[in-house]
Design a protein around this ligand. Structure first.
Ligand SMILES: Cc1ncc(COP(=O)(O)O)c(C=O)c1O
Ligand SMILES: C[C@@H](O)[C@H](N)C(=O)O
Length: 372
């Protein structure tokens, strides 16, 4: 029987707090398809304000938020979207923009800092003169923070890894926005963790999204709400998004029950993100001291850490994950040699110390006293 569980697989694993459950139980609700659920309307109004956009729409998940946004921008057959080679939309959303929306993806390499080179984005834009053979570029997608990273192999220039959870600056986003406008394209930002970027950079969310025509913001990640995301954009964009949400089966009835928890998350958990980042840094620096692990602790900016189990370590990544699980530590194996851990507001400093002691014991045999 495991005495203690520390779930570091993702920031999607949090449980609703007592305040969220109370708000859910007392939420004012109505049919959000036939009318407008009053609590959903409050959340959408608040999210439009925070993001500096005209309107907002609650959706069941970040995946649906991205899918709806891409399909609204790319509503003409033969459309193409430029997005990151490591982007969530391209890697982790079942190719929905293609399988459901018929939109063609054109990837540009994600750099270790989460950006894509602006000149490579511009080079990927299709020349309209080749329309007889080319798809038509209509959209560019960025991701802030950039969740997943390219884990460099041991033999490459550096045996360190890049890191996930990288922040895109407002200046970089503005540059991509200017490029989009120059070519008559739209810009969507997968802002699943935009609040993490805002806190880490000390830049308001509305400034980070200023250049975007739309964004999808997760409430169910670092903010700790049990369910949902919100897409934001112009009134006409959101009107079309609302219809597409219904088409995809995402129109919900008394959804205020979920939105009430999200309003609590917005009010109570944004200030906690800075602590998440500090704990992530503490864990990364501790892991970096452990023989057999390789990571770039300096690159940890928010709540996501990727690291490599190097060749010759006492355990393989797979065996290490199994060993940790026997001690109640849950992590996400990302490849044969790389592992991801994600900090969230329900991970304490004591959990971080316990996690480090379990890693040390597994990889060096040294059992730490305070790792209770
Ligand atoms: C960057 C990013 N975008 C979108 C999503 C999708 O969110 P959801 O899991 O709510 O579909 C995730 C993961 O959950 C993510 O990490
Ligand atoms: C799918 C997985 O990547 C999820 N978005 C997470 O970050 O945990």
């Amino acid at each position: 029987m495991v005495a203690r569980t520390v779930d570091l697989r993702s920031d999607t694993v949090t449980k609703p707090t007592a305040a969220m459950r109370a708000a859910m139980a007392n939420a004012e609700v109505a049919d959000d398809v036939l009318d407008y659920d009053p609590t959903a309307l409050r959340l959408e109004t608040e999210m439009a304000r925070v993001t500096g956009k005209e309107a907002a729409l609650f959706v069941p998940s970040g995946t649906m938020g991205n899918l709806i946004s891409v399909l609204v921008h790319c509503n003409i057959r033969g459309s193409e979207v430029i997005l990151g080679s490591n982007s969530h939309i391209h890697i982790y959303e079942n190719g929905g923009i293609s399988t459901i929306g018929g939109v063609h993806p054109r990837t540009v390499k994600n750099n270790d800092d989460g950006t894509m080179d602006v000149d490579l984005i511009e080079a990927a834009i299709r020349d309209p003169r080749g329309e007889i053979v080319y798809p038509t570029t209509r959209l560019i997608c960025l991701e802030n923070t950039q969740a997943n990273s390219t884990v460099m192999s041991y033999g490459m220039i550096s045996n360190q890894c890049s890191c996930g959870g990288r922040c895109l600056s407002a200046e970089y986003t503005d540059k991509v926005g200017e490029l989009a406008k120059k070519h008559g394209l739209k810009l969507h930002i997968d802002g699943a963790r935009i609040f993490n970027a805002s806190i880490a950079l000390g830049v308001p969310v509305h400034r980070l999204l200023k250049a975007a025509d739309s964004a999808s913001v997760c409430l169910s990640k670092g903010l700790g709400a049990p369910v949902g995301s919100v897409i934001v954009g112009s009134k006409s964009f959101i009107a079309r998004a609302r219809i597409l949400r219904k088409t995809l089966g995402g129109g919900m009835r008394q959804v205020g029950i979920l939105c009430a928890a999200a309003l609590v998350a917005l009010r109570e958990n944004v200030p906690k993100l800075e602590d998440d980042h500090k704990k992530a840094k503490m864990l990364a620096e501790g892991l970096n001291q452990i023989k057999g692990l390789r990571l770039n602790a300096a690159a940890v900016e928010t709540n996501i850490i990727f690291f490599k189990v190097v060749e010759g370590a006492k355990l393989t990544a797979e065996k290490l994950c199994k060993n940790l699980e026997q001690h109640g530590i849950l992590v996400m194996q990302e490849s044969l040699t790389s592992i991801r851990v994600v900090i969230h507001h329900q991970i304490s400093e004591s959990d971080v110390q316990y996690t480090l002691s379990c890693f040390k014991q597994a990889l060096t045999g040294v059992k730490e006293e305070n790792g209770n």
